[in-house]
Design a protein around this ligand. Structure first.
Ligand SMILES: [Zn+2]
Ligand SMILES: [Zn+2]
Length: 758
């Protein structure tokens, strides 16, 4: 006989781990106990050594689907005398600092779906059915340990039958904290836009479905906030939703009833289908089979659609009744944070909708849908927005840290992260901090994340841009601060996700980020590790005429790049065709004092403008996204001759796309189809980037190149650079689980600060 204590850490609470241990121990005939505490799960088991060994093996091999074991430590205990029999599940203990990973929100499981559809089940058509294997988690937890009393379900005392399930270790709902039924749990309500009650429970659902069927716009409460929903096949109502939401061109995501419906709309590689049907249920961006209907623009100008499958019981019931795609877009006006609080939703969404389908189960923290982008078959999907279903899943650190790091992220697509011990945990998507409402949401997210992870920060990591609200917030904290350069943070986030410690050649291509010299960078070649970096090359700089206005009006970048590559006359010729304000912009382009940038994102803007694709954008990176999208229509292989030049300046390599831009303009004037020019531009720039990166890697004795920054969301460019570098024998690190865009910056900041505080 032996007695052992097994300590399990990782995502092991709220995922059915204790009942799993209980059943396993009972099956193996072991005596002892299992309990949750603030560090994870603690098991004490007694039995023959070989059976205890088997327990350890099977804990790892057969863990429940949502569990993820980070560590399993074993120690010997004195053997208990005879008299102790059986195996038991003990109550949660709350001592010690919380270190346990809180589970992500999980789509309704098959068992629950069966009950939902079974007229003889007591949860038939109950829109809040859930169990240990599915349902809300991150969005309802107020504090840890994960126990009903500390969730937004605290206000729903369980009925006798629910309590019996909850306390029975053999039941699928044993300690399913959001467990509920029609007798004791949350209820649906249908409200008029002014908040007047219209219907409850199943009647509310039926009337909501009827309204959607008539083409009305509804606010629908989900897991992490409200969606605005409308029949996607009805042109008038979709256009009306665009008008009410003040959303000009930005694509709408669709919820489709099932995989078959998704396949009718998009070409889905196996990796994309796996993402679409996974319990995390992100929105998957995938190539569409039919062009946008101009009469019903869902994703104007784009070759992809964002699709998701239903993930709450309510969604399943709605989709079953409607059996057609629904627009399901964030419940907000324009770029504000998604509405998640019921009172707030009524105020903000009431004026935009015809009715509100809500419930009395509160959402503790808002959490938008996550977004991943499909890549060609054989390549894993890439994270674009790491949010519901992924936050707050921890990522491992390369080396443990003694510090407790809070990383406050960038300005756009903000997320925050904390690092402690061996992991970094990033928040859900918060949004663009230029809006006050988003800043309030940022403060809530910092609070929530620190609470869940039990971190009282002793170091804060931030961007170098002094005007970012996140930087200002960091400065107000009375803590040692570590400023992490924006592009270094991007590369560090890519290294962190690949658990890479040795230096890499980092290529960081994005919009704009503050450099160490006070200018705006965005097309950078860095020799980097997690501790620091050295800038060894960059894209040629050009004027950024009008600062932020140049971001909203790509024609300004068209003029800047025309002037830089072809001279004043060409800039003037283009300017006349683009906008009446061209003389003032030409003046800015030529004035020596104008802010300059090496931004790759602005290069894409400029080229999109010169090709006549877009002179003004209504959402971030629209011109660059449309430039990539149009290349998909090219059928000819990209010709040579679209080559950037390489020179040196001040000891740095400079990649000059000037000749490439000149060729783009010449082909345009010669009548070459725009998709072909775009494809050739991508290929030429990609080859140039690879040449410079490979050269710099060689010069610095590096064998690995990391690609990061929002521009590497561009699958076409990434594909070329990856292919060229691999062909030269270099290892290429491409993002997969962490967004290449600014949503990943907090993770990079946290990784750097943690690495510097061993
Ligand atoms: Zn379930
Ligand atoms: Zn009940």
């Amino acid at each position: 006989m032996q007695r052992r204590r097994l300590r399990v850490t990782g995502t092991v609470q709220g995922v059915g781990f204790r009942p799993f241990v209980y059943r396993l121990a009972a099956e193996l005939g072991l005596t002892g106990s299992v309990s949750n505490d603030s560090r994870g799960v603690l098991i004490e088991a007694q039995g023959p050594p070989d059976v205890l060994d088997r327990l350890e093996r099977r804990l790892r091999a057969e863990a429940p689907p949502l569990a993820s074991i980070a560590t399993l430590e074993t120690e010997s205990l004195p053997v208990d005398g005879p008299g102790k029999t059986g195996f038991s599940i003990l109550d949660s203990r709350a001592e010690g600092a919380p270190a346990v990973a809180v589970s992500v929100d999980v789509a309704t499981c098959d068992d629950c779906l069966r009950e939902l559809a079974d007229p003889s089940d007591r949860r038939y058509r109950y829109p809040f059915v859930n169990c240990t294997n599915c349902g809300p988690r991150y969005t309802i937890i107020r504090s840890i340990p994960y126990d009903r009393a500390l969730t937004t379900m605290a206000g729903f005392p369980m009925c006798d039958r629910c309590r019996a399930e909850y306390t029975d270790p053999a039941d699928r709902r044993f300690h399913a904290e959001p467990n509920a039924c029609p007798v004791c749990g949350p209820r649906l309500r249908l409200l008029a836009p002014d908040g007047t009650g219209l219907a409850t429970a199943d009647d509310a659902l039926r009337r909501a479905v009827a309204l959607l069927d008539e083409g009305r716009i509804l606010a629908v409460k989900g897991l992490g906030g409200y969606h605005l929903a409308v029949d996607a096949t009805a042109p008038g109502p979709v256009a009306e939703l665009r008008r009410r939401k003040a959303r000009d061109d930005k694509p709408f995501a669709l919820m489709v009833p099932d995989l078959a419906a998704a396949r009718r709309l998009c070409r889905l590689a196996p990796e994309a289908e796996a993402a679409l049907t996974s319990p995390r249920r992100p929105i998957v961006l995938a190539p569409r089979l039919q062009a946008d209907d101009p009469a019903n623009p869902i994703a104007p100008g784009l070759g992809e659609l964002g699709l998701m499958l239903p993930y709450t019981p309510l969604h399943f019931l709605m989709m079953e009744a409607l059996d057609r795609p629904l627009v399901m877009t964030s419940g907000n006006l324009s770029d504000e944070p998604i509405a998640s609080d019921d009172t707030d939703a009524l105020v903000r969404l009431g004026p935009m909708v015809d009715a509100i389908l809500t419930s009395d189960r509160p959402i503790h923290i808002r959490c938008d849908d996550a977004v991943v982008r499909a890549r060609p078959s054989g390549k894993p999907v890439q994270m674009v927005r790491r949010s519901r279903g992924f936050a707050p899943e921890p990522l491992p650190l390369v080396r443990p840290t003694r510090a407790r790091v809070l990383a406050v992220g960038a300005e756009l697509k903000n997320t925050v992260a904390v690092a402690k011990g061996t992991t970094v945990v990033a928040s859900h998507h918060i949004g663009d901090l230029e809006h006050l409402a988003a800043y309030r949401s940022f403060l809530q997210a910092v609070d929530h994340l620190c609470h869940l992870t039990g971190v009282i920060p002793d170091v804060v990591a931030h961007d170098l841009h002094p005007e970012y609200l996140s930087t200002k917030y960091a400065a107000e904290l009375d803590l040692p601060a570590i400023g992490v350069q924006h592009h270094h943070a991007h590369i560090a986030s890519c290294m962190a996700e690949h658990r890479r410690e040795e230096p890499v050649l980092g290529v960081a291509f994005d919009g704009l980020g503050m450099g160490t010299d006070g200018t705006m960078w965005g097309g950078e070649f860095l020799v980097a590790d997690l501790a620091g970096f050295r800038r060894v090359g960059h894209l040629r700089t050009v004027a950024l005429p009008g600062g932020n206005q140049a971001i909203r009006e790509p024609w300004r970048m068209g003029m800047a790049w025309a002037a830089a590559s072809l001279g004043r006359e060409e800039a003037e010729r283009y300017g006349r065709s683009a906008d009446d304000r061209w003389p003032a912009v030409l003046d800015l382009v030529e004035r020596p004092g104008t802010l300059r940038t090496s931004s790759a994102g602005r290069l894409f803007d400029g080229v999109a403008a010169l090709l006549g694709l877009r002179t003004r954008v209504t959402y971030e990176a629209q011109a660059a996204i449309e430039l990539e999208a149009c290349a998909a229509a090219s059928s000819t292989p990209a010709p040579g001759g679209y080559e950037p030049e390489v020179s040196t300046s001040g000891g740095l390599l400079v990649l000059d796309p000037g000749p490439l831009v000149a060729r783009v303009v010449a082909e345009r004037d010669g009548g070459t189809p725009v998709p072909d020019i775009s494809a050739a531009f991508h290929a030429g720039l990609g080859r140039g980037v690879a040449t410079v990166a490979a050269g710099l890697a060689g010069d610095n004795g590096l064998d690995t190149v990391a690609l990061s920054g929002g521009v590497f969301q561009n699958a076409r460019l990434t594909g070329v650079v990856e292919h060229e570098l691999s062909a030269q024998g270099l290892t290429v690190l491409v993002h997969r689980h962490v967004p290449p865009n600014d949503g990943g910056v907090s993770i990079g900041q946290a990784a750097v600060a943690a690495y510097r505080s061993p």
